[in-house]
Design a protein around this ligand. Structure first.
Ligand SMILES: Cc1cc2nc3c(=O)[nH]c(=O)nc-3n(C[C@H](O)[C@@H](O)[C@H](O)COP(=O)(O)O)c2cc1C
Length: 433
């Protein structure tokens, strides 16, 4: 346990992480294309003194909206500007791709948000795996992982240099494989100096980029053992790059299906499961594993060959971080249940990706959060409720008070900027050199 407080962000994935969230939430299907929806979630998160609102990114034309109604379509930075206006304290973390953006434009956009919000902005850097994205940007395929991460490293360096230049009033020069730039942004220091940097992507390259540059990492781990390993690896990476361990917060995703009693939580889960279509789950589990599952018999034992090591990880299109977490999770299940563990069970248990999931009471959720935090497997979590707004309401009203009583979470906001709240070193003239 490196901090005295847990970091808790709310990850707003459409109407919730459940594929049938639009049926559970009771909100209109198109709520996620309104500013009111995000403003309401922002205010709710602030009522619970959460750290930040987090948004993912998918710079590709979307899947069929009729198959997944309610899929978020709005661009993250614009949503965050709306949330900034509706809140006073909440941090604002937007994911944007290093493969399909330009560093000068992105640096200016996020620094603008940082100024508008009084020092609450952060950028989550990802390299994008969705193969549909490349086609929209004039490529026949996405660049391979090694190329994407070389570009990501240079992109992040350029953005940080531009932000430090803005904070200290210096011009910068950057000459590299992908970008050449010279000059400075037309902005000065924001109230927190400049925005924070977050990273998501758990391959060896992703972990190294995080250790070298990030102030927070969004990770995917299902077990405490895996969480501990990942945590140490990234923190040691930070140390290797001469950075203090506390300048980087490790934040695994946490899926929550909460009920006031165990029976109620179970009922909430079963209701969703009955609405789910196993055929739709084939893609949700198959894509991150890198296999087409469609013709496999649902009630046979889980096919172990799907969990074999990849011949060429560099050529694997999906996220290695997600795949590793899933493979480990499913292997653990098979070890516990043997041939009785079927593909059907795996689809429903692991279809939401490689994140830890809790179906339980507020106490259960608080216990897991406390266990991971005290063990040194997490500095906090990116929360992913099954459906909004109820999944967040019950967290704010019933889990947060437990964490406060256990002295693990704040009663009120005491810091003004996200940098201070995360306990990250201030921007100094030294850092800008
Ligand atoms: C927890 C987590 C969250 C991610 N969120 C996004 C996202 O919002 N948008 C995106 O394009 N990629 C996202 N990614 C994927 C990676 O950043 C991805 O772009 C790339 O394929 C590298 O992933 P890898 O390092 O795990 O292989 C996420 C990955 C992880 C592990």
């Amino acid at each position: 346990m490196a901090r005295d407080h847990i970091v808790l962000n709310i990850n707003v994935l459409d109407l919730g992480i459940s594929p049938v969230a639009w049926q559970l939430s009771g909100l209109p299907r198109d709520a996620t294309t309104t500013g009111d929806y995000f403003a309401r979630i922002g205010r709710l998160a602030e009522r619970g003194t959460l750290d930040a609102l987090f948004l993912a990114d998918n710079p590709a034309l979307r899947e069929d909206p009729l198959r997944k109604p309610g899929d978020r379509a709005l661009e993250p930075t614009t949503i965050l500007a709306t949330v900034a206006a509706a809140t006073r304290h909440l941090g604002l973390i937007g994911t944007l791709s290093t493969t399909f953006n330009d560093p000068v434009e992105l640096a200016e956009r996020i620094l603008t948000l940082d100024h508008l919000s009084g020092g609450r902005a952060a950028w989550n850097a990802v390299t994008t795996y969705n193969p549909a994205a490349g086609g929209n940007f004039g490529l026949t395929a996405n660049p391979d992982r090694a190329t994407r991460y070389r570009r990501a490293g240079e992109f992040v360096d350029a953005v940080l240099a531009l932000w430090r230049g803005a904070a200290t009033g210096h011009e910068i020069t950057h000459r590299g494989e992908f970008f050449d730039l010279a000059g400075r942004l037309p902005l000065g220091a924001s109230p927190q100096g400049h925005p924070l940097l977050v990273q998501a992507g758990g391959s060896p390259q992703g972990r190294d980029l995080a250790g070298r540059t990030a102030n927070a990492v969004f990770t995917a781990e299902m077990t405490l053992a895996a969480g501990l390993e990942h945590y140490e690896q990234v923190k040691q990476g930070a140390t290797r790059h001469g950075r203090p361990r506390r300048d980087i917060a490790i934040l695994p995703g946490l899926i929550t299906i909460i009920g006031s009693t165990h029976a109620e939580a179970r009922r909430r889960y079963e209701t969703a499961r009955e609405l789910q279509d196993p055929a739709a789950e084939f893609t949700r589990l198959g894509a991150p594993l890198g296999h087409d599952l469609t013709d496999l018999p649902l009630d046979d034992p889980f096919p172990r060959h799907l969990l074999a090591d990849l011949d060429d990880p560099n050529a694997f299109e999906g996220s290695l971080g997600f795949r590793e977490s899933l493979v480990r999770g499913i292997r653990d299940r098979i070890a516990a249940r043997g041939r009785a563990y079927t593909l059907r069970e795996a689809l429903f248990e692991f279809g939401a990706g490689g994140h830890r999931r809790i179906i339980g009471t507020p106490e259960d959720v608080a216990d897991t959060i406390e266990e991971w935090f005290r063990a040194g497997a997490a500095d906090g979590f990116n929360l992913m409720p099954d459906a909004f707004p109820q999944g967040l309401e019950i967290f704010v009203d019933e889990v947060v008070p437990i964490l406060r009583r256990r002295k693990l979470f704040r009663y009120e906001y005491t810091e003004t900027t996200l940098r201070e709240r995360f306990g990250i070193s201030p921007v100094t003239a030294h850092a800008a050199a």
